[in-house]
Design a protein around this ligand. Structure first.
Ligand code: FMN
Length: 479
C-alpha cells in the first residue's frame, strides 16, 4: 500500500512581495487561473496567468487578491505559511506536483505537513498495485477523528455518486469526500466490512469512520432531526469557503430566456391600473442600493426603527405549553423560527461587533465585541457578493432555530425557511426604503463563519439568509 499527499486541486501557493508564502483556495470559475509550483521556485510575486494580478498580505492573516483594473477576488480562503525553509519549499513543491509527497519523504517538513493536514489543505491518495481511493477535505478535520465503530454502517446522510471515473462518498456532515477509484471497495462502504488481510480495505474503513461517513449501526446521529435532503440542501446552498464550488453565471446555459412569458392564445383582459398610494409609492421607490455613506452612517435610532417595523414580536402567548408569537411578517403555522443578528461595522452610537436582536424586548445584545476574524469574513463576503467597494455598515444575518419548524413540518421545513427569508427580505426592503436607507438582499452567506463567530451549534441554529443595510448616499448613482 502506498500513501501520498497532494495539495487539493482547488488550492495554489502564492508569494507576496514581502517573501511570505500563502496557500489559497479558490473556485476554478474565479477569473484568475491559478498557476502552480513554478511561480514559487522562480520566486515571482505574480500568482496567476493574468499579468495584472496581485497578492497582498493584510493584517490579521488576511490575503487580498486583485487585479490592476480594480477587481478584488474572493475573499479567498488563505492560510499564511510565512517564509519557507528550503525543506519546506521542497515539500510544498512536491505537494503541488504529481504524484505528490510520499508520507515519509517530507524530511524536515513534518511540522508544515502536519499544519496543512490539520487545515484541510491536503488530499490523501491511497494506492495498492493501482490507485484505490483519495480523501479530499471540504473542511478542516476534527482534532480527534472518530474511531472505527464495532458494527459499522453507512451514515444515513451519506450518498455515493459517480464523478468522472470515480465513485464519490460524501455527506453534509463529513469533513472530507472519499473518491473510490476501485469500485470493488464499495463493499467496504456499504457496511460489509474489510476482508482480513486487505490492508487498503482496512485503511478505507478507518478513513470512512474518521470522516463521519460510516457510523455505528443504530446509534443516534447528531443531525437526526434533519431529513437528509434538507441537510444536503442547506449545506450545499450556503457558501462554504473550503468547497470552492462555483456560483454565478453558468456558461452551459448561455442562451438567455426572454423576460416575458410567451402570451397564451386566449383573449386578453386589460386590467385596472391603480393611482398613487403610500404603500404603492414605497413599492415603486424600492431598489437595491450597494453604496453606503460612511460620512453619515446609519444611526442606532434608524436601526431600532428598522428592526421594530420588520421583526419585533407583536405579542407572545403561551397555549398548551407552546409559545406562540406574532411579528409584522407572516410565517408558516406561526413558526417564527428566524432570528436576526446585526453585524455592525459602522452605526452611529453603537460599538462595532455582532449583536443578537431580542425581538421580544426589542433590544440588542452583543455576542461578539469588535470585528474578529469570523465576523470580518462575514462582512468581506457580503461586500464581495454585492460588489461593494467597502464593507457594508450593517450586515443582517438571519438564522433559523430549526426545531421551531421541524416539529410541525418535518421534511419540508427547510423549504419553508427559505421562503420565510424571502418574506422578511421584502419587508426589510420596504421598511428601509420608507426610512431612506440603502437596502440589498444577498443570495448566500458563510454559515461556518457565523457558527465560528457565535459558537452556536450549527445543526440547531445556523445562518440561512443575509441582508445589507446602510445610510443612503445623497447622490445615488449606480446601485
Ligand atoms: C433572494 C435575493 C438574493 C439577492 N442576492 C444578491 C446578491 O447576492 N448580491 C447583490 O448585489 N444583490 C442581490 N440581490 C438583489 C438583486 O440583485 C436585485 O433585487 C435585482 O437586481 C433587482 O434590482 P432592484 O432590487 O434594485 O429592483 C438579491 C435579491 C434577492 C431577492
Amino acid at each position: 500500500m502506498r500513501v501520498r499527499l497532494r495539495l487539493r486541486p482547488d488550492c495554489f501557493p502564492v508569494r507576496t512581495a514581502d517573501g511570505a508564502t500563502w496557500l489559497v483556495a479558490m473556485s476554478a470559475r474565479d477569473e484568475l487561473t491559478p498557476t502552480v509550483a513554478g511561480r514559487l521556485t522562480a520566486g515571482q510575486d505574480s500568482v496567476t496567468q493574468r499579468r495584472d494580478a496581485y497578492a497582498r498580505g493584510e493584517a490579521d492573516d488576511d490575503l487580498v487578491l486583485g487585479t490592476a483594473d480594480g477587481d478584488r477576488l474572493g475573499p479567498p480562503v488563505a492560510h499564511q505559511l510565512g517564509e519557507l525553509t528550503p525543506e519546506n519549499r521542497r515539500a510544498l513543491l512536491a505537494l503541488c506536483e504529481k504524484p505528490g509527497l510520499a508520507v515519509d519523504d517530507g524530511e524536515g517538513a513534518d511540522a508544515l505537513v502536519a499544519d496543512l493536514l490539520a487545515g484541510g489543505w491536503l488530499e490523501t491518495r491511497v494506492a495498492d498495485a493501482r490507485p484505490a481511493y483519495l480523501m479530499r477535505p471540504v473542511a478542516p478535520p476534527p482534532a480527534r477523528p472518530a474511531p472505527v465503530p464495532e458494527d459499522p454502517v453507512l451514515s444515513r446522510f451519506a450518498v455515493v455518486r459517480r464523478c468522472g471515473q470515480a465513485l464519490v462518498v460524501e455527506s453534509p456532515l463529513a469533513w472530507c469526500e472519499i473518491h473510490l477509484s476501485d469500485p470493488a471497495l464499495l463493499s467496504v462502504v456499504s457496511g460489509a466490512g474489510a476482508p482480513p488481510g486487505d490492508e487498503v480495505a482496512h485503511r478505507l474503513l478507518s478513513d470512512l469512520a474518521a470522516a463521519g461517513l460510516v457510523v455505528q449501526r443504530a446509534a443516534q446521529e447528531p443531525a437526526d432531526r434533519w431529513a437528509p435532503h434538507e441537510l444536503w440542501f442547506h449545506a450545499r446552498t450556503r457558501s462554504n469557503p473550503m468547497r470552492c464550488e462555483p456560483f454565478g453565471p453558468a456558461q452551459a446555459l448561455s442562451e438567455p430566456l426572454p423576460a416575458r412569458h410567451v402570451p397564451f392564445a386566449g383573449p386578453a383582459e386589460p386590467l385596472h391600473r391603480p393611482s398613487a398610494s403610500p404603500l404603492g409609492t414605497v413599492l415603486e421607490r424600492r431598489r437595491s442600493l450597494r453604496r453606503h455613506d460612511d460620512d453619515t452612517p446609519v444611526t442606532t435610532e434608524q436601526l431600532g426603527e428598522f428592526l421594530f417595523r420588520c421583526a419585533r414580536n407583536r405579542w407572545l402567548v403561551e397555549k398548551d405549553g407552546v409559545e406562540h408569537i406574532s411579528r409584522p411578517y407572516p410565517s408558516a403555522s406561526s413558526g417564527y423560527e428566524l432570528e436576526i443578528y446585526p453585524v455592525v461595522r459602522l452605526v452611529g452610537g453603537l460599538e462595532p461587533g455582532l449583536y443578537h436582536y431580542d425581538a421580544q424586548e426589542h433590544q440588542l445584545r452583543r455576542g461578539v465585541a469588535g470585528i474578529d476574524a469570523p465576523t470580518r469574513r462575514l462582512l468581506r463576503l457580503a461586500a464581495t457578493m454585492a460588489g461593494m467597494p467597502r464593507q457594508p455598515q450593517v450586515l443582517l444575518v438571519m438564522t433559523a432555530r430549526f426545531a421551531r419548524l421541524m416539529r410541525n413540518y418535518d421534511a419540508i421545513s427547510y423549504a419553508l425557511i427559505a421562503k420565510h427569508v424571502g418574506v422578511v427580505q421584502q419587508v426589510m426592503y420596504l421598511v428601509a426604503t420608507e426610512l431612506g436607507l440603502a437596502p440589498c438582499a444577498l443570495g448566500t452567506g458563510d454559515s461556518a463563519a457565523f457558527s465560528a463567530a457565535t459558537g452556536l451549534d450549527a445543526l440547531r441554529e445556523a445562518s440561512v439568509g443575509e441582508f445589507i443595510l446602510g445610510s443612503r448616499p445623497s447622490a445615488v448613482g449606480s446601485p
